[in-house]
Design a binder for this molecule. Structure first.
Ligand code: 9D3
Length: 251
C-alpha cells in the first residue's frame, strides 16, 4: 500500500515510520510512505503557504495554490483508485470500520492542514474529510498519523500471529479484558485464580466475560449495536449480577 501525506511537517510523519509496528511494516515493504510539502510549490522568496482570511478575523488560512499543487503531485504519484482524504475537525469520525476499508485500498493520500484552516477551494480536490474526535489539535498531522497507524497494522504481515488472531475473533468491537503477568502476588492485588488454573476453556470464558462486562459498564453503546450469542448473553448477565460483590470495575 502506498501512503502519501501532504504536509508542511514531514518530520512528524517520519517519526511514525521510524519505529514500532509502522516502522517494521515499512522495512518489510508492506507500506510505502511519501510526503509532499506544499512549501515546495511556492514561488515567492518567503515561500508563503498561508495568508490572512478574507472577511477578517484571527489566524491565518492555508493558501489554495501550493496546497492544490501538492495534492496534484500526490495524485500523480499514487496508484489508480487512491482517494484524497482531508484531515479536518469537520470530517466524519474515524473508526475501525473505516480503517479496514482503507487497508484494502492500493493507496491513500492524507492532507494535513495547519493554521486556522485551509482555503475552502482546496476541497475541490478532496474526496472525503476525516476527524479523529472532538478535541482541538494544532494541525492535521497527528490525525493523519493516527489513521495511518490504525491502517498499517491491518496490513497482512504487519503484526505478530497472536495479535492478528485477537483481531479477527469475536472479541472485535468489545473492550479488552484485564491482563496480568508476573509476579502472581503484588501489594496492589493478586492474579485472578482462573488465569493460573490451566483450564483454557474457563480462561477463555472469564476473558470473554470481562470484555463483555467492561464494555457494558464503560461503553454501553458498543453493545447496543451488537447481537450477543447465548453464551455471551449469560456471561454478561452473570457479570452484571455480581457487580456489587466484585470491585467497582467488575474485575
Ligand atoms: C481553535 C481553532 N478552531 C476554531 C475556530 C478551528 C480549528 C482549526 C484547525 C480547529 C482545529 C484545527 C486543526 N485540527 C485539525 O487539523 C484536525 C483535527 C482536530 O483538531 N481534531 C480532531 N480531528 C482532527 S483532523 C484534523
Amino acid at each position: 500500500m502506498r501512503l502519501t501525506v501532504v504536509t508542511l511537517f514531514p518530520e512528524l510523519i517520519d517519526a511514525l515510520f521510524g519505529c514500532g509496528i509502522a516502522g517494521r511494516a515499512r522495512d518489510r515493504g508492506l507500506v510505502e510512505v511519501a510526503c509532499v510539502n506544499p512549501r515546495d510549490f511556492t514561488h515567492d522568496p518567503h515561500r508563503t503557504v498561508d495568508d490572512r482570511p478574507y472577511g477578517g478575523g484571527p489566524g491565518m488560512v492555508m493558501k489554495v495554490e501550493p496546497l492544490l499543487a501538492a495534492i496534484e503531485v500526490a495524485r500523480r504519484e499514487a496508484p489508480p483508485g487512491t482517494p484524497v482524504v482531508m484531515l479536518s475537525p469537520q470530517g466524519r469520525r474515524f473508526d475501525q470500520g473505516l480503517a479496514r476499508g482503507y487497508a484494502d485500498l492500493p493507496g491513500l493520500i492524507l492532507v494535513a492542514g495547519r493554521y486556522e484552516g485551509v482555503d475552502e477551494r482546496v476541497m475541490s480536490a478532496v474526496d472525503q474529510e476525516l476527524s479523529i474526535g472532538d478535541y482541538v489539535l494544532s494541525g492535521g498531522e497527528l490525525a493523519a498519523m493516527v489513521v495511518m497507524d490504525a491502517v498499517v497494522r491491518l496490513l497482512p504481515g504487519a503484526v505478530g500471529d497472536a495479535m492478528s488472531c485477537a483481531q479477527d475473533s469475536f472479541w472485535e468491537g468489545l473492550l479488552d479484558c484485564p491482563h496480568y503477568t508476573r509476579p502472581e502476588v503484588h501489594a496492589t492485588g493478586r492474579v485472578p485464580a482462573v488465569l493460573l488454573s490451566g483450564d483454557h476453556a474457563a480462561i477463555r470464558r472469564w476473558r470473554l466475560q470481562q470484555s463483555l462486562g467492561r464494555t457494558w459498564l464503560r461503553r454501553p453503546s458498543l453493545l447496543a449495536e451488537r447481537v450477543l450469542e447465548p453464551e455471551q448473553e449469560s456471561l454478561l448477565q452473570a457479570f452484571i449480577d455480581n457487580i456489587d460483590i466484585d470491585s467497582p470495575d467488575g474485575g
